[in-house]
Design a protein around this ligand. Structure first.
Ligand code: SF4
Length: 593
């Protein structure tokens, strides 16, 4: 097949089998790959109401059709399942080289179900797969696991979990190439619940392209005229830390558990500070941007910290010392903890102490305990570690601290303050996996308080990102268009693809995600923001005193639902589904294979 391998690996960990199955080609022109195809496979293999940590919850890993070609920024791959952190459907994607390697080994993706009795790892090599004993790897951090797997497999690309995933921490991550993660939502716990320590993959295959000359010509033109332009080159020169400067200027930089919109002490962790400590850079497979910046400071070397970690693990905890944040980041990456959720939960615990609600021995700006508690959270080794490993929503519920909890659908907020940009509030509230900045990103909107325009912008951005991630194209190609993708796919497949059908696919994917969440019992009431955001004015910076009240959010949601063709309960209307070729989901229609 052109662009695709035509095979998907089905792994049943209970039976101990790995079976090669043909790719569902009847779904390709509707869902394409990555996020879209993974959602369709998830629909097929999941049943409503499944406990996320049960053997029955399927894990889907999927590449995109351009993955493994020279198209820049196309090497990411997607992970989809039901989240143990939020109970929603959720997607996560990561870069590095695992995606292309999976394709070179002969598979577009894999479906993993069941639970092994003993710890195992999955080894895939050139069209074959086997489950191997991982007892000797269990308990190791991700860095050491990767090293050992390299020795055991002769240099495979790997996905693996650390102690946090083994201990089923609901916001644990799968790591790849040490510093890249399938973050948010508990990917690590999902592997852990299946006794799956790692997946290791090696391949020597290639991706077939129909019209090589045309394919390369379209790609080269897009690289020069669309990718390597002033809109995107910040990723190459600065990386994400430049957002520390920008969000502080905009007054949307969460500080001290979302109490302030600016961090007056940011100079130790802004982009100048990061550049001064820069020790190198790294790119994902076939990417000319190399946005991954290595930092060496205070005896720590790490790829990162990225912006979200600088904010949630820094400003939001009152920690402004780059060396301490780098150490926090490194420990999280090794143990397999999501830095956003970990930093947000520690920030909440610090706020709880300040408000006299509960003293965990954690104070804003105090570093030793802030670092110590990360280990305790991953290992569940102390009472406070077990408490903080609950994440923001459950920790707040346990100690009646809901007024301080900053989450939506149970997912901790990323690093953009919605009271200073209402579009981010709507984006968080309507995201399928809870508060997320990667579904719609409105911080550069002309008017951050034009709610009617922002509602339209959020719909458009969610649809575009849905098709972009069906292609597994990196977020940092911000100027990519479906017109370009259609031309690139046409040359690769040898079939005509139009921008209109890709636009429709993006909308279809977003609607399918909504149907899957509705199937799990999520309603319009879950498209919500926390009390602190909806009832308190923002302090500090250019948006001092700004609010995002419940009535404003509800008005934006109404506009959003109307623009989507959904009813007031956030259920897609029959006509909307029919236009997209979708059918309502019911328990009877979901087959559990
Ligand atoms: S821009 Fe960065 S994250 Fe995106 S593909 Fe390139 S190196 Fe990877």
């Amino acid at each position: 097949m052109n662009l695709y391998t035509g095979s998907v690996l089905h792994v049943d960990l209970t039976a101990g089998t790995a079976t090669v199955m043909p790719l569902r080609q009847d779904w390709l022109r509707e869902y394409w790959g990555g996020w879209g195809l993974a959602a369709r496979y998830f629909q097929e293999y999941s049943a409503p109401g499944t406990d996320p940590l049960s053997p029955d919850n399927p894990v889907i890993i999927m590449t995109g059709p351009l993955c493994g070609t020279l198209v820049p920024l196309s090497a990411r791959f997607c992970f989809m399942s039901k989240s143990p952190h939020t109970g929603t459907i959720f997607e996560s994607n990561a870069g590095g080289a695992f995606g292309p390697e999976l394709k070179f080994s002969g598979f577009d993706g894999m479906v993993i179900t069941g639970r092994s009795e003993q710890p195992v790892y999955l080894f895939i090599q050139n069209g074959r797969a086997e489950l191997r004993d991982a007892t000797g790897l269990w308990g190791l951090g991700i860095f050491e696991t990767e090293e050992k797997l390299q020795q055991l497999t002769g240099g495979a690309k790997t996905l693996s979990i650390g102690p946090a995933g083994e201990n089923l921490v609901s916001f644990s991550c799968i790591g790849t190439e040490a510093y890249r993660q399938l973050g948010r939502g508990g990917t690590g716990a999902l592997f852990g619940s299946k006794n799956l320590k790692a997946v290791a993959c090696r391949g020597t295959g290639a991706v077939r392209v129909a019209d090589m000359k045309g394919f390369l010509s379209i790609m080269t033109q897009a690289k020069t005229e669309s990718l390597l332009t002033s809109d995107n080159l910040w990723a190459k020169t600065d990386g994400t830390p430049v957002l520390v400067d920008l969000t502080n200027e905009m007054g949307i930089h969460p500080t001290r558990n979302f109490s302030l919109g600016v961090n007056a002490e940011k100079s130790g962790l802004d982009s100048d500070a990061m550049k001064a400590a820069r020790a190198g850079e790294r790119a994902c497979w076939s990417c000319p941007m190399a946005c991954g910046k290595f930092t060496r400071i205070g005896g720590v070397e790490i790829e990162g910290p990225e912006y979200e970690t600088l904010c949630l693990g820094g400003s939001n905890c009152g920690v402004n010392d780059l060396a301490s944040i780098a150490r926090f980041n490194r420990v999280c990456d090794d143990l397999g903890l999501d830095t956003i959720s970990t930093g947000a939960t520690i920030g909440l615990a610090m706020d709880m102490a300040e408000q006299g609600l509960r003293d965990f021995g954690l104070r804003f700006g105090e570093v030793p305990e802030y670092l110590a508690v990360v280990e305790e959270m991953a290992h569940l080794s102390t009472d406070r570690g077990r408490d903080l490993a609950l994440g923001v929503k459950r920790l707040a519920a346990k100690y009646a601290a809901e007024d301080l909890a900053i989450e939506s659908k149970g997912m901790e907020f990323p690093a953009y303050e919605p009271r200073g940009n209402h579009g981010m509030g709507l984006a968080y509230a309507t995201s399928e996996r809870g508060a997320c900045h990667l579904r719609a990103f409105t911080i550069f909107a002309e008017n951050p308080f034009d709610d009617a325009q922002l509602a339209k912008d959020v719909v458009a951005a969610q649809n575009l990102n849905a098709i972009k991630w069906a292609m597994c194209i990196c977020d940092f190609w911000g100027t990519i268009t479906t017109e370009y993708l259609a031309r690139q796919l046409s040359a690769g497949l040898g079939e005509t693809v139009t921008a209109e059908e890709l636009d429709r696919a993006g909308e279809r994917i977003w609607n399918l995600l909504r149907l899957l969440n509705n199937r799990e019992g999520f309603t319009a009431a879950d498209d919500s923001l926390p009390k602190k955001i909806l009832t308190q004015a923002l302090r500090g910076g250019p948006h001092e005193g700004r609010t995002l009240g419940a009535h404003e959010l509800e008005a934006m949601k109404s506009l959003y639902y109307a623009a989507r063709g959904w009813d007031a309960d956030a259920v897609p209307r029959p006509a909307t589904l029919a236009a997209l070729g979708l059918a309502p989901l019911s328990n009877a229609e979901v087959r559990h294979a």
